[in-house]
Design a protein around this ligand. Sequence first.
Ligand code: HEM
Length: 427
Amino acid sequence: MHELSQPALPVHRAIPQAEGFDNTYALLNEGYRFIGNRCDALGSDIFSTRLMLKRVVCIRGEPASRMFYQPGRFTRKGAIPPTALSLLQDKGSTQVLDGEAHRVRKALMMQLQSPEQRARLVALVESEWLAQFRRWTRLRQVVLIQEAQAVLCRAACAWAGVPLANIEEAVLRTAEFSAMIDGAGAVGPRNWMGQALRRHTKQWACDHIKAIRMGAPVDPDSPVAAIAFHVDADGEVLSTEQAAIELLNILRPVVAVGRYIVFGALALHQYPEWRTRLASGDDATLHTFVQEVRRFYPFFPAIGGRVLEAFDWEGMHFAKNDWVLLDIYGTNRHPSSWSDGEVFRPERFDSRAENGYNLVAQGGGDFASGHRCPGEMVTVEITKATLRLLAAEVAYEVPPQDLGINLERMPTLPASGFMMEALRPAR
Ligand code: HEM
């Protein structure tokens, strides 16, 4: 008899499994090192486990990030814990859209980050810093994270076309944006605080959108006007709430850049030989320094995605809807991409060592078709401009304080927030 031949089923390699039934508690305890610790123990850059009782595949390194950032492969919908999502991008925002809807909204976000828009924002940040330095000469001590967040909040609101009316409003908005960033990675009170303040900020943003749509005067080239009158993929303008969410999504992350400014100041303190070089304003030097700050210091620990269509990668199978976490912290330090990755060494960027997949502090791959952060370039430019000013325009002492970085806390910072004393003009 003749046997019917069956098509051969692909043989898949099993994804190594981490120890323990559920590792949520370990994630909260180990923070930024959670994925890396298990990869090291298993000798594998991929493993599966459970978090919040749900199966998740954790990956790290450049090949994994190339797989993760293939356009159309993953959605962010259902991939980011709701407590974090509502404090960061929120429901219906660019980040949780896919396909054509994402393409159209992302084009708006990229338009708001054109070279002209970026230059305008950086110039506002610089003039806010110079005004802040003049105030510093009357103060005994400042905490840099607070100063940076206040400066960036004022500059971002002026840039977007929603300038802050007075000091009280500036203080309130800065506190709200800062609490959202700080609460995003937390469970419990730190997160609840961010959520409570977010409602207030959303109302403020809704009021601006409504007023502009009803004819309040606004610069037609301003980001707030572009958002208020943006026509989405469905041919409609955004709902007031959705427009408010996108307005907050271009303001809050500018305030978040304060964290890189603090890490940059810490690096400048620990490697003082860089001060004169940064003060010179040489663009290439500033670039290498800031890229190393973004590579070396921790901010977003990981980014989640859910598989849109089943696929195979390196002999392993990913089914539709599988939950995958790319380790940002571990990829930025992975030994196969970075020699002495645990060492702060800006010279490694002399030859433009980044390739869009090995330094993923703000995501990777293509800006327009993928989820890579549209604010990456302006983040680099703001940090460069600020570090140049800190090196060239002010002199200060760094008093004894706790500059330790707790890797169990997400997002983290030097514990003291970076205190500075004896503030005076540099010249
Ligand atoms: C401290 C600076 C920043 C960090 C660490 C950061 C980090 C990130 C990360 C990790 C993502 C997610 C990438 C992904 O889903 O794969 C992202 C997306 C995004 N970021 Fe940023 N970001 C920063 C600054 C900014 C700025 C300045 C803006 C705008 C003014 C911005 C706007 C956005 C938007 C709209 C998205 C969603 C993009 C999309 O899904 O297509 N971010 N950012």
